[in-house]
Design a protein around this ligand. Structure first.
Ligand code: GLC
Length: 413
């Protein structure tokens, strides 16, 4: 089988790490398959995929295409302004997009895929416009389409070209079915999965204090951290507000682990903005910022409490599963696909999105109850190995790929 993946970034956010898990799972199950990746920029994704034996081609997005997105438009107040901004952006991007399509077609032809699997909104659209008609196209939906005004329209227009949609949770699946008007069976849920041999309770731990430039914390300090990219809806502010609600003498230190990764304009907070918010909340010496981390498991193991605080429903929320796999107590924002990953009070605690008081209450409970932390961590580890081990990805995707390839060869006669 020859499967070609398309990704609209060379960075390593959750979508890319999930793609690498798919590649690793297929590589282990079928060493003879040819796996290819076209990435829109160089970056750590490219190296990681190459080290798995994937044939990688970088076909660089022109700058206007890299920056184009709904996020910046959403921050513009008026509908008319938004509309004008979009028309302007599209007009600017138009010729560059045509050129890019040509380059993409050539790179795809060189790989001669049986299946093309795209991993991100911009690539879904570009793939629908460029993948040869006889090659089945799979869209991997990892975010709510309904939340993106422009993307929703573009995907609806192009959905007919796509043979199958894979979504990272039931909640994301329902959203794309509704927005793109797709029949139930055309959208399948394949939950993300992780390397449970890498995300383990025991192993190397990063020195988060040192990375954040803070003095060492006293030994009894409980470490609580929010890992992830700095996307605006990931709840960094809620997390900081929750920390500010804890008594100043609570034996706790907070960490924001991650950096602004993606180029789409307006989509990410900067570390500087977050530092300012922390300073305004008088948290400067109680919160550390590590920036982007290459070893997520070692960062999670350095924490006692792993926080997920997205203020909008989270399509999946890898950090919840990674924290559970590392046997840490997880506090998650209870909405969207994230809610499908844990059972309240058994393998994680939940709080309503944007509710800093409720989040502070969960953190406070865990700071003072070591046994509860351990119980949640043990149960979380069991959940992660049963439900979220990445060997499952090859098992779930293979029958889908095979049936698509078969249908395509039947059609060719
Ligand atoms: C996107 C989603 C996130 C998910 C990740 C991997 O980043 O926002 O919820 O965990 O993709 O599927």
């Amino acid at each position: 089988m020859r499967v070609l993946y398309l990704n609209p970034s060379g960075q390593l956010g959750g979508a890319e790490r999930s793609l690498l898990d798919i590649l690793a799972s297929l590589r282990a199950a079928f060493p003879d398959w040819s796996l290819g990746l076209i990435s829109s920029s160089t970056g750590p994704l490219v190296e990681a995929a190459e080290s798995l034996g994937v044939q990688v081609r970088v076909v660089t997005f022109p700058p206007t295409l890299a920056r184009l997105g709904d996020a910046a438009l959403r921050r513009t107040q008026h509908a008319l302004q938004r509309h004008l901004a979009l028309v302007k952006n599209l007009a600017w991007a138009g010729p560059q997009v045509l050129l890019y399509q040509r380059q993409l077609r050539a790179a795809m032809a060189a790989f001669a895929p049986q299946i093309v699997h795209s991993n991100g909104f911009k690539m879904h659209v570009l793939a629908a416009q460029t993948v040869p008609a006889q090659v089945p196209l799979v869209w991997h939906i990892r975010d709510y389409v309904g939340r993106r005004a422009v993307m929703a329209r573009l995907l609806r227009w192009h959905a007919g070209r796509c043979a199958l949609v894979v979504a990272n949770s039931q909640s994301a699946a329902e959203d794309v079915r509704r927005v793109c008007n797709l029949p139930h069976e055309k959208v399948r849920t394949v939950y993300n999965a992780i390397d449970t041999q890498q995300f383990t309770p025991d192993g190397a731990r990063l020195d988060l204090d040192k990375l954040a430039g803070l003095p060492p914390a006293p030994p009894e300090t409980v470490r609580v951290g929010l890992p992830g990219t700095l996307a605006r809806w990931k709840g960094h502010e809620t997390f900081l507000q929750a920390l500010a609600l804890l008594p100043p003498d609570a034996p706790v230190r907070g960490y924001i682990i991650g950096g602004a990764l993606y180029e789409t304009e307006g989509s990410q907070l900067s570390l500087e903005e977050l530092r300012q918010i922390a300073a305004q909340l008088n948290l400067a010496d109680r919160v550390g910022f590590t920036g982007f981390i290459r070893e997520p498991a070692a960062a999670l193991r350095a924490l006692d409490i792993v926080v997920h605080a997205s203020v909008a429903p989270e399509p999946f929320g890898r950090v919840i599963v990674e924290g559970m796999a590392c046997g840490r107590a997880v506090v998650a924002s209870r909405a969207g696909g994230a809610e499908e990953l844990f059972t309240e009070g058994v393998n994680a605690l939940g709080h309503p999105p944007s509710n800093a008081h409720a989040l502070a209450k969960c953190i406070s409970k865990l700071i003072h109850d070591k046994d509860l932390r351990a119980a949640l961590g043990d149960a979380g580890r069991r959940t992660a190995t049963h439900r979220f081990d990445r060997r499952r990805l090859a098992e779930e995707l293979t029958p889908l790929y095979r049936s698509l390839a078969l249908d395509a060869s039947d059609e060719r006669g």
